[in-house]
Design a binder for this molecule. Structure first.
Ligand SMILES: [Zn+2]
Length: 389
């Protein structure tokens, strides 16, 4: 079986966290380790109380003595994930498997770094208060944002209008809890790699569509690192037959036809011929108008479905995967009847030599982005626990 880490101790800890509770025999088989090696590597993890060596399980057959199961008790550890968008800060308090316990959001009154850090601290306090815990008891904090992030800094973010911002040092909670900053697409990819589709599919693509476009690739259970992190290299991909216009003047690129403002502009542009300045101004309004029978809004959604299929086929083909996760606020449009163009267009261009794409649509809600940020903190925590065991 493919591992999350080359290093065997880290691979075992990660496997127990993502696949546990699991028997020693099962873990050894999955990671291709002998019983003796497994015992040697697990002992320090049990001694340091990271891993429980409980007697909780019985074999699948139901016959015989209870089997010792290895488990990292996820509910005993707490993490916070925060996702920054241009207007709202989303936060979630999770267990060690990124399961949400409390989710909250706060509007961003200002994008000044100090003000944003203050909002993050108040969100962390509120998340902890609602869970009846103190911020000092947290095991880690992850903060994600769109843009290029390196060396614990936001190097550049067009959504926040930031350059070279050392955000973690401005967040008060970082003085008592390890705090990590990561790109939002990287964070979301990691959530699926560790606790989502990655547990059953070792190769997949995740694409997000909303205010911007982003994608991540996992091959053989490892996230493919990108030197273009934060710069969305598929944003300006030319899409066959697409007609929209992006901010750089490209006709028919992904940004110009798939992003939320592009789709809304397509509908409102046509509507303005008869209804001046009447929107739609949001995806909810676009869907409501389409449901009310507005043909231009129905057309805009149908066109989005076709263009989305072109984008998915292009990127998945180049990434050499058949499993595709679609996420981001605009993906809700695919749930409407006018977006049947998406599956029709996928079928139209299917190669008879390849299996069809498995498309997994996600909720597109922002707490998933925050859970991704928490996953970044969970991974760093796990690595420090194993290294120190
Ligand atoms: Zn473009």
């Amino acid at each position: 079986m493919l591992r999350l880490y080359e290093d065997s101790a880290l691979a075992i800890a990660a496997h127990i966290l993502t696949a546990g509770p699991i028997s020693r025999a099962g873990a050894g088989r999955d990671l291709d380790l002998s019983a003796a090696t497994l015992t040697r590597l697990v002992r320090p993890l049990v001694d340091s109380h990271l891993v429980n060596d409980s007697q909780a399980g019985t074999p699948l057959s139901g016959i015989g003595r209870p089997t010792q199961l290895l488990e990292i008790p996820a509910s005993e550890h707490h993490f916070i994930g925060v996702n920054l968008t241009a207007d709202v800060t989303y936060g979630v308090l999770t267990d060690a498997r990124a399961n949400p316990i409390v989710s909250l959001s706060q509007p961003l009154d200002s994008r000044e770094p100090e003000a944003v850090a203050h909002t993050i601290d108040s969100l962390i306090d509120e998340l902890c208060a609602q869970n009846g815990a103190a911020a000092e008891e947290l095991d880690g904090i992850g903060i994600s944002a769109g843009g290029h992030i390196a060396h614990r800094k936001v190097i550049e973010s067009r959504f926040l209008g930031w350059q070279d911002v050392d955000l973690p040092s401005l967040v008060k909670a970082s003085s008592t809890t390890p705090t990590y900053l990561l790109n939002d697409i990287v964070a979301l990819t990691t959530l699926e790699q560790w606790f989502g589709l990655g547990r059953s599919a070792p190769n997949f693509l995740i694409a997000t569509v909303g205010a911007g476009i982003g994608h991540g690739i996992v091959h053989n259970r490892r996230a493919v690192p990108s030197v273009f992190e934060g710069y969305s290299p598929t944003s300006h991909l030319p899409l066959a037959r697409a007609k929209g216009l992006c901010q750089y003047g490209h006709v028919g690129c992904a940004n110009g036809v798939l992003t939320t403002p592009a789709v809304l502009a397509r509908a409102s542009g046509a509507r303005s011929i008869l209804h001046v300045n009447s929107g739609p101004d949001s995806l909810d309004e676009l869907i409501a108008l389409a449901e009310g029978g507005d043909p231009t809004c129905q057309f805009a959604i149908a066109e989005f479905g076709t263009n989305m299929a072109t984008y998915v086929q292009t990127v998945a083909g180049a990434a050499m995967v058949i499993d595709v996760i679609l996420d981001g606020e605009a993906i809700t449009l695919l749930d409407t009847p006018w977006a049947s163009t998406f599956t029709e267009h996928l079928a139209e261009f299917k190669s008879p030599n390849l299996p069809g794409l498995n498309v997994h649509t996600r909720s597109g809600t922002f707490d998933r982005w925050a859970r991704g940020a928490a996953t970044g903190a969970i991974i760093s925590w796990l690595e420090s626990q194993v290294t120190g065991a």
